[in-house]
Design a protein around this ligand. Structure first.
Ligand code: ADP
Length: 397
């Protein structure tokens, strides 16, 4: 069975075509600048060279049309005809409290996701546009929606209720949802295999450290708490997002910096995080580079970032009543040995001991804790596309 995985952003679209007989990637690519001058499609099939196709793509339907054309192209395609695609899996950001698992898409699902737009005004609309465009282009294909929020729906109320007047939860669904669920679900599953244990018997803390970053506390495969909240702004320090802070800073800045709601939102989401502290970049490679050359604010940004992750790891060990494994994933978690070392430093009291030599690894599954470490510390590259394809296969079979 071949499954096409689609991840639609507002002006971009990522895709991957997988052959589920061996879970291999037949082709993948990225469309950028949809609806903007200079739209282009970067496509790669098998081990062929990457091709860039520059054609105007005024909307997502046109972009998907070009993706399907690239996949079936005689020269750089991966399949002979569209009949070789058996199902489509769509990444969808927000399902509110409606779905705790992936679902096969029908009219009711689309209506439910439209109802969630106020909760994810930037993300759900392009996700829905992608679904509808795909339905028009390939009407007979079964499609599945896989949600960023779904895995976190097992959190108990004491984890998801905010200490605000309860009526805001009832009236506006203001609660913690959590994101990166597909990634956390993939890596905890892999972690159990790496540890040779049943996921049901494990207390795991999963650290997804990329441009966006979150931690999840997972007991027996069920999320008990997670650091992102009502939106992806809460929790860890991120590339450009502030994460946790005193909420009163918002009203203080509005008054003293003359910021309106939109400007404040931009400050917290786009100008903060390690970019805001360092003034160098939102990219951790640039910041690590600057810090190693003696830039103190770059070093401070890394220190603030690492300290916040450490705080969550220790807090979540308390929530879980112990911890068997800690997982590092996503761009930074998979690649930065120095960050992993600094986050785990001083946690030997709770059984977390990283081996410097084993930690010298990037981008592949590895156990990086000392042989006698009570807690197994792991690097596990995430693979959200594969998770989406697996869910899709399960639901359409
Ligand atoms: P997202 O999917 O949220 O955009 P990624 O998971 O791709 O993010 O992570 C991107 C981040 O990972 C960037 O800040 C990047 O600098 C960081 N990263 C990638 N490779 C390395 C590396 N070798 N060393 C340090 N940081 C890295």
């Amino acid at each position: 069975m071949n499954i096409l995985v689609i991840n639609c952003g507002s002006s971009s679209l990522k895709y991957q075509l997988l052959d589920m007989s061996d879970e291999s990637v037949l082709a993948n690519g990225l469309v950028e600048r949809i609806g903007i001058d200079g739209s282009r499609l970067k496509h790669q099939a098998h081990d062929d060279d990457k091709v860039t196709i520059e054609v105007p793509m005024k909307d997502h339907k046109e972009a998907l049309h070009q993706v399907l054309a690239a996949l079936t192209d005689k020269n750089h395609g991966a399949i002979e005809s569209l009949d070789a695609i058996n199902a489509v899996g769509h990444r969808v950001v927000h399902a509110g409290e409606k779905y705790a698992e992936s679902v096969k898409i029908d009219d009711d699902v689309i209506a439910a996701l439209e109802a969630c737009i106020p909760l994810a005004p930037l993300h759900n609309p392009p996700n829905l546009t992608g679904i509808k465009a795909m339905q028009e282009l390939l009407p007979s294909l079964p499609m599945v929606a896989v949600f960023d929020t779904a895995f976190h729906q097992t959190m108990p109320p004491e984890a998801y209720v905010y200490a605000l007047p309860y009526e805001y939860y009832e009236k506006h669904s203001v609660r913690r949802y959590g994101f990166h669920g597909t990634s956390h679900r993939y890596v905890v599953d892999r972690a159990a295999k790496l540890m040779n244990k049943d996921l049901k018997d494990l207390k795991l803390i999963s650290c997804h450290l990329g441009n966006g970053a979150s931690v999840a506390a997972v007991d027996g495969g069920k999320v008990m708490d997670t650091s992102m909240g009502f939106t992806p702004l809460e929790g860890l320090v991120m590339g450009t997002r502030c994460g946790d802070m005193d909420p009163a800073i918002t009203t203080f800045l509005m008054e003293n910096e003359d910021l309106d709601i939109k400007a404040l939102d931009t400050v917290m989401n786009k100008k903060s995080g390690v970019l805001g502290i360092s003034g160098v970049s939102s990219d951790f490679r640039d910041i690590e580079g600057a810090a190693s050359e003696g830039n103190q604010r770059a070093q401070l940004a890394l220190d603030v970032f690492d300290r916040r992750v450490k705080k969550y790891v220790a807090a979540y060990a308390a929530i879980l009543g112990g911890v068997d494994g800690v997982i590092f994933t996503a761009g930074l978690g998979e690649n930065s040995a120095s960050n992993r070392k600094s986050i785990c430093e001083g946690l030997a009291f709770m059984g977390i001991e990283v081996d410097d030599q084993k930690n010298n690894v990037r981008g592949k599954d590895a156990i990086i804790s000392k042989d006698n470490s009570k807690v197994t510390v792991m690097v596990i590259p995430t693979n959200e596309e594969l998770m989406i394809a697996r869910d899709t296969q399960k639901l359409v079979q």
